[in-house]
Design a protein around this ligand. Structure first.
Ligand SMILES: NC(=O)c1ccc[n+]([C@@H]2O[C@H](COP(=O)([O-])OP(=O)(O)OC[C@H]3O[C@@H](n4cnc5c(N)ncnc54)[C@H](OP(=O)(O)O)[C@@H]3O)[C@@H](O)[C@H]2O)c1
Length: 360
């Protein structure tokens, strides 16, 4: 199974949104992390051009939300735009934001979990069950997991009212990164309190990880923290897809879940890295080629909109649902992000950390 054969690294979000305009028209779409100069911004601008019923922008900073809403309203005055303050690092904020979406919409057709952080600083955090975790894991995985679970009834409502033959109508898309290769999930040390290698073998960074990415600040290896959280984004999407397929709730089998590596794009993601860190990240661009913003949002929109990517095909085990350069690319997923047992374990551990059981 492939998406549009001609799509690749150069494809733009504008092009993808236009090609799959029928998957946008009249739909309610929620996107997190939409600040100007981010991939999320380009994602929502491309979607706004194809007449969605509603766009919900959920992000951390109110002034940025207001600025982006003004841009959309100027360019596309007919699109309903709803703003929701969301701090994924704060469980109470996640709950309030999900409740605000439910107050506004009766269904969500597409949920794009784009927001994320990358930082060399130790942002230690406590979960609801009292466990210390890394702040990148809290923001990029635990917050996203809870937010997605709380929006599930609205995705269900969309899937239940869609036609039976339109497989995979409702979509969940997690932004991950090729940076997931840096670290497995450290189930025994979520907070990176122990030495990098003082964990079971299957939780250690791979031997191929360049020394630069192992560097620590105040004992904290920030790149590994990012890698752990991005591995969790993939495992979350694959386990979600599996559970949706097996679910007894009406319509669940027609909700698809994907994870996406957007490419290397100049955004504010590297804002807290020093010069050396930024230069090192820049070198991860294939052949030194950075994507434009419009190219950087294209893969997300293929995952969110391409009707060929039906739920059953993905969740049936045929693929992990990982996309890069606008194509399904399971071959690019690290072994530590692939195992069904690991995905199930992460799901169960996440429920414990959050003291929350997903209705799935
Ligand atoms: N850029 C790349 O080359 C690249 C490569 C691989 C993967 N990615 C992934 O792509 C996604 C988007 O990143 P980007 O490059 O566009 O980065 P970005 O410019 O830093 O944008 C990230 C967005 O997430 C929001 N955000 C951060 N922390 C949040 C929180 N606690 N709660 C809610 N929203 C929060 C930010 O809001 P504020 O501006 O208000 O903080 C911003 O809108 C991320 O998941 C990232 O891991 C990016």
């Amino acid at each position: 199974m492939a998406t549009h054969a001609g799509y690749g690294a150069q494809t733009t979000a504008t092009e993808v949104a236009a090609a799959f305009a029928d998957s946008v028209k009249g739909k309610n779409i929620v996107v997190t992390g939409i600040s100007p100069a981010s991939i999320g911004y380009t994602t929502v601008m491309a979607l706004a051009g194809q007449a969605p019923a509603s766009l919900v922008l959920a992000s951390r900073t109110q002034a940025k939300l207001d600025a982006v809403a003004a841009d959309i309203r100027n360019a596309h005055p007919d699109v309903q735009v709803h703003l929701v303050r969301l701090d994924l690092a704060d469980v109470a904020s996640v709950r309030a934001a999900a409740a605000a979406v439910a107050d506004t919409l009766d269904r969500v057709d597409v949920l794009i979990n784009n927001a994320g952080i990358s930082t060399p600083e130790r942002l230690a955090a406590k979960t609801p069950n009292g466990t210390e975790v890394d702040g990148q894991f809290l923001t990029n995985h635990l917050g996203v997991f809870l937010w997605t679970a709380l929006l599930l009834p609205l995705l269900r409502a969309a899937a239940a009212t869609s036609s039976e033959d339109n497989n995979g109508t409702a979509r969940i898309v997690n932004l991950t990164s090729q940076g997931h290769h840096l670290s497995p999930v450290r189930f025994s040390d979520y907070a990176f309190r122990r030495d990098v290698y003082d964990v079971p073998d299957d939780e250690k960074p791979r031997a191929q990880v360049p020394a630069f990415f192992l560097r620590t600040k105040d004992g904290y290896p920030g790149f590994l923290g990012y890698g752990q959280s991005k591995t969790a984004n993939i495992l979350h999407a694959t386990e979600l897809a599996r559970r949706l397929q097996r679910s007894s709730h009406k319509g669940d089998a027609r909700i698809a879940a994907f994870s996406v590596h957007p490419g290397t794009i100049e955004t504010e993601l590297s804002r807290s890295l020093d010069q050396e860190g930024q230069e090192t990240i820049a070198k991860t661009a294939p052949h030194g080629l950075w994507k434009t913003q419009d190219q950087g949002a294209a893969t997300t929109l293929v995952a969110a909109l391409d009707p060929k990517l039906g739920a059953a095909d993905v969740a049936g085990g045929a693929t992990l649902g990982y996309l890069s350069d606008c194509q399904l690319r399971d071959d690019m997923v690290a072994a530590h992000a692939q195992g069904a047992d690991t995905a199930k374990r992460l799901w169960e551990e996440t429920e414990k950390l959050l003291a929350f059981t997903v209705d799935l």
